[in-house]
Design a protein around this ligand. Sequence first.
Ligand code: UDP
Ligand code: MG
Length: 353
Amino acid sequence: MPQNLSYLPNSPYLSIIMPAYNDAEALQDFLPQVFEFTATLRAPIIPALINSNASLSASTKTTLASCEIIIVDDGSHDNLLEVVSTLIPSRPHNTELVLVRLSRNFGKEPALSAGLAKAEGDVVAMIDADGQHPLSVLGQMLSMIEQSDIDMVAGIQANRPHESKLAKTLKRSFYHFIQDRQRYEIRPNAGDFRVMNRKVVQALRSLPERQRFMKGLYAWVGFNTVYLPFTADNRGTGESKFNFGSLFELALVGITSFSQKPLRLISRMGFIVSALAFLYGLYIVIETLLFGSDVAGWATVAAGIMFSTGIQLVCIGVIGEYVGRLYEEVKQRPLYLIDETIHSGSSHSGSDR
Ligand code: UDP
Ligand code: MG
């Protein structure tokens, strides 16, 4: 690990980022479990972590880890504020709680970025607020990242029994399509449940783009990532916020921000259609010269025009997707806006932006 990374003496060992949107009910059960988890968490001595050429043995874990839990309220309409405020006093001594309230619902990806911007821990974990990511797996991830050369541990959701065959096929095709295997690999099924060190956090923070496809960004920044298969728990309460439409939108963000294949494909398609049109024209000329046949009927002309118009519309649509994303980028609007930040440690509460 490079020496120029600043490990602030007062910074917590672990930051746990939890994006939450209308998940107060789930959080009511899950947050006390997270408190139980952090209450007994032991951390390696930080200088050992910096000078980490050797793996840390369990015996070096002498100190109780100081932790911060950052809940990013992504514009929830439920009683999340009330639930969190009620639970704050029951937090363990080594754990601070920060509630970052965004000004409206921005989506999970911006919410994660808001959490990353706030996180001060030497190690940063991301976990869903609905309790689907098992804390036992988080424990395993934390012990893995303490090893010298691992920068990020990402959970791979091994089996998704409730996912339909169609959804599985679509996801597989999507990951196949955006892959750029020579340079970096966007692993299928590796989601946001992961643990990373400061190097990775700083790299992710340095990416200014508005179109944030986090699964791609984790892969793009590189660093040594290991993958840990896990099985997600069932959702206790509430339902998934991601439906087919929002997943499709996320897939479009992923494709347009990580791949120029569609643009290349449409130029190839243009060549192919032009070549076919040329060959067909040649055939008509030859046929007329040799056999003096009648000029082809209107049906052929109409079908030809409709075919080429359809293809042109598809091409304009593809280009439009990219132009639209460019438009989003050049506007340079912030990724999210914070309404208020509530810290458990002090009575401080105020607007950050
Ligand atoms: N989430 C969020 N903003 C959104 C949608 C979801 O912060 O616009 C949070 C949500 O509260 C949960 C996590 O992201 O903690 C994962 O969402 P969900 O459980 O709906 O997704 P799934 O588990 O089905 O992938
Ligand atoms: Mg979930």
